[in-house]
Write a protein that binds this ligand. Structure first.
Ligand code: FHN
Length: 465
């Protein structure tokens, strides 16, 4: 195991040992009932999320109106950042609100698409960096009910539909806010009220913004009962880890069993999603973005968030879609390393999910319907090295081998692992497969039929003694 991973494990083990788990530490020690959470209580709180393994991310907001084009200009940048890369001043960006009227939005349809894909939770943008609230907020009129002709609250409909259809509902919330008067931009060539990766906070007005955030978070938690609060936009210089620990404790105080990611404070460290320094961070899970950590993030809960094409928010001309095979193998790869897959959809301003997204999710759902047993409720591969022909997951004394590359000679060689293979079948078949000793005397072999059941990934189920 690479030295760094060992160090991380030791570090994380220390964190887990000293405070009963996760990145949140002093926040608990300092405040509320979160402080008295025992390791067993934390395990119980994380249990559904660890079992779920696969969720839908939804980036939906005013940015779907321009859909990547402003004043005739297009960009390779991500669609939800158009207020930044097109340098759009607030007063101009606000003009998208009267154009946002998602009459084709159908909460039941969206939840059905997620469920049929095998997704167990939905994380949707309540407020992205542009500061527009996609829910009915009492603390601003810059929200979907007051500022658009739609006049309804889609988050209400979605939260209710998730409860009805039995999948968890969750919110994304951005700390950085390009619309709030307490924040501004001070960067060369940028309008002070446009979007930008680093906002500044006006002298003496940070508390005003924190109070605004807490008021909105109270609305989100008490009115919609989200299972997760997924923070983002935490990287701004004026936001500290201590601010994050305070916000973590505040939200846990509103809903003790809620899960909160490590972007509530400074625990993320860029796209790798986990700050491995030796201090402690608030948050219940790490958040690698657009990447799958090569060896996972041993010893901590983590979730890779990724797009299906190259943008989070809808862009009318981003057709760089990953294949269903790639998406399925990403899911298997992530789960085999002990993580969750949060896969994004960027709906249109009409309230529809792009057909390219819907088709891929349907294909994922077909695979998962047959092979989900090797995904849900499993833990990471027991092997210390990456399997050359596929991946592995485990559930108690059952080993699942997801075979990507079918052996030409029909003989699958499996490295040694704890436990002796007692029997092996293909998932979905009762026919027993022949088990033999590996030539090197260490592992074992399984004789497979001539053709895989599924060319993307065929699963071998091995019962270990
Ligand atoms: O800036 C955001 C981006 O728009 C998107 O929301 C991603 C999703 O995780 N998070 C930030 C970039 O890390």
């Amino acid at each position: 195991m690479p030295q760094r991973t060992v160090r991380t494990c030791v570090l994380v083990a220390m964190m887990l040992m000293t405070v009963g788990g996760g990145f949140r530490l002093q926040a608990d020690a300092a405040r509320g009932q979160a402080a008295r959470e025992t390791p067993a209580q934390r395990e119980a709180r994380m249990a559904w999320w660890r079992d779920a393994r696969f969720g839908m991310f939804i980036h939906w907001g005013l940015y779907a109106v321009p859909a990547g084009t402003y004043n005739g200009k297009q960009s390779k940048e991500i669609g939800e950042w158009i207020m930044s890369w097109a340098n759009i001043p607030r007063a101009e960006y606000e003009k998208f609100a009267p154009q946002f009227n998602p009459q084709e939005f159908n909460a039941a349809e969206w939840v059905r698409i997620a469920k049929n894909a095998g997704m167990k939770y939905i994380v949707i943008t309540s407020k992205h960096h542009d500061g527009f609230s996609m829910f009915d907020s009492a603390v601003t009129t810059y929200d979907i009910v007051d500022a658009t002709p739609y006049k309804k609250d889609p988050m209400r409909a979605l939260a209710d539909e998730c409860k009805r259809q039995g999948i968890k509902f969750a919110f994304y919330y951005s700390i950085m806010d390009w619309h709030h008067p307490a924040q501004y931009v001070d960067a060369p060539g940028k309008d002070p009220t446009a979007g930008h990766g680093q906002t500044k906070i006006r002298e003496g007005r940070k508390q005003e913004y924190v109070d605004y955030m807490k008021a909105q978070l109270k609305e989100l938690v008490t009115k919609y009962d989200p299972a997760v609060l997924w923070f983002d936009g935490e990287w701004v210089d004026w936001w500290t880890e201590e601010d994050g620990q305070d916000l973590y404790a505040y939200v846990r105080g509103l809903k003790p069993d809620i899960l909160i990611n490590n972007r509530v404070g400074k625990g993320r460290k860029g796209m790798e999603g986990l700050n491995k320094s030796d201090r402690t961070y608030a948050g219940d899970f790490g958040t690698p973005e657009q990447q799958i950590p090569a060896s996972g993030l041993p010893g901590v809960d983590w979730e890779s968030c990724m797009t299906m094409n190259d943008t989070w928010g809808f862009k009318s001309y981003d057709e760089n879609w990953k294949t269903p095979e790639k998406l399925i193998r990403n899911l298997v790869d992530i789960v085999s390393k002990g993580g969750n897959y949060l896969l994004n959809v960027g709906p249109t301003a009409r309230g529809t999910m792009p057909s390219a997204s819907v088709d891929r999710l349907a294909a994922m759902g077909k695979w998962i319907a047959k092979n989900g047993e090797s995904i849900y409720g499993t833990t990471a591969s027991p092997f210390t090295t990456q399997l050359s022909w596929g991946r592995a997951t485990k559930k108690d004394s059952t080993l699942y081998l997801q075979v990507f590359d079918w052996p030409a000679d029909g003989v699958l060689t499996v490295p040694a692992t704890a436990g002796t293979p007692a029997s092996a079948t293909l998932l979905g078949s009762s026919a027993k497969l022949t088990i033999g000793k590996a030539a090197d005397g260490g592992g074992f072999t399984i004789t497979l039929p001539g053709q895989p059941i599924d060319p993307v990934a065929t699963v071998v189920k091995v019962q270990l003694q």
